[in-house]
Write a protein that binds this ligand. Structure first.
Ligand code: HEC
Ligand code: HEC
Ligand code: HEC
Ligand code: HEC
Length: 106
């Protein structure tokens, strides 16, 4: 009985650790940007099924885009980095918003 309890406790610990790890690496469900142009609501989870992580996270880590874009002089301005990433794919697939006010909602 005691061994069973230990086994059970170990199983619970392992599975809860796994849940935490997934929650950490997958990132946010949704990201909201609130520029003057209007709020952009980005469904991060849904987009994870639409392409590989590296399509957007092109540097191989998951640092915030603005930790480089707008800081590192070799990186394009943040606005251009987002627009290029987002709109190019929507145009290519003919799916997803392309017009300003379909993305920026006041
Ligand atoms: C369509 C583009 C896109 C795809 C695909 C994508 N992400 Fe993201 N991800 C973003 C954006 C945009 C943010 C918000 C960060 C920002 O704006 O700086 C983000 C944020 C994150 C963050 C939080 C970063 C932070 O410090 O706030 C993690 C972690 C993350 N993503 C992991 C992943 C993983 C893992 C995958 C693949 C399973 C993935 N992402 C796929 C665009 C994407
Ligand atoms: C660690 C720094 C860093 C992070 C984090 C980063 N970038 Fe970049 N990004 C760069 C640099 C430097 C360049 C210019 C050189 C190059 O193209 O690789 C660039 C270029 C780009 C380009 C232009 C590519 C082209 O062909 O013109 C886009 C679009 C882009 N990044 C989008 C994003 C998005 C969206 C995020 C967040 C999900 C992000 N980047 C995160 C550093 C970064
Ligand atoms: C690899 C392709 C790809 C990239 C990159 C991408 N999207 Fe999308 N997005 C899609 C597709 C495909 C749809 C349409 C899904 C549908 O209609 O079934 C979509 C739909 C959307 C929608 C409508 C609501 C929804 O989620 O269905 C919004 C808003 C959106 N995208 C914002 C963004 C933003 C902001 C970025 C950049 C940070 C971005 N997308 C990058 C493929 C992409
Ligand atoms: C696919 C979604 C999408 C579309 C379409 C789109 N944008 Fe954006 N835009 C964004 C995202 C995401 C940001 C980044 C917001 C941030 O950094 O807070 C942004 C940022 C901006 C900014 C910068 C705001 C700031 O304070 O730095 C301006 C201005 C802007 N967009 C104007 C436009 C215009 C004009 C159009 C139409 C020609 C357009 N956008 C189309 C998603 C989109």
């Amino acid at each position: 009985m005691k061994r069973l309890m230990i086994l059970l406790a170990a199983t619970i610990l392992v599975s809860s650790l796994a849940t935490i790890a997934v929650a950490e690496t997958k990132g946010p469900k949704e990201v909201k940007y609130t520029p003057k142009m209007g709020t952009v609501t980005f469904n991060h989870s849904a987009h994870q099924n639409r392409t590989d992580c590296a399509t957007c996270h092109h540097t191989g880590d998951y640092a915030q885009c603005k930790s480089c874009h707008g800081v590192d002089s070799k990186a394009p301005k943040a606005k251009n980095a987002y627009h290029k990433t987002c709109k190019n794919c929507h145009k290519e697939l003919k799916k997803g918003p392309i017009k300003c006010k379909e993305c920026h909602i006041k």
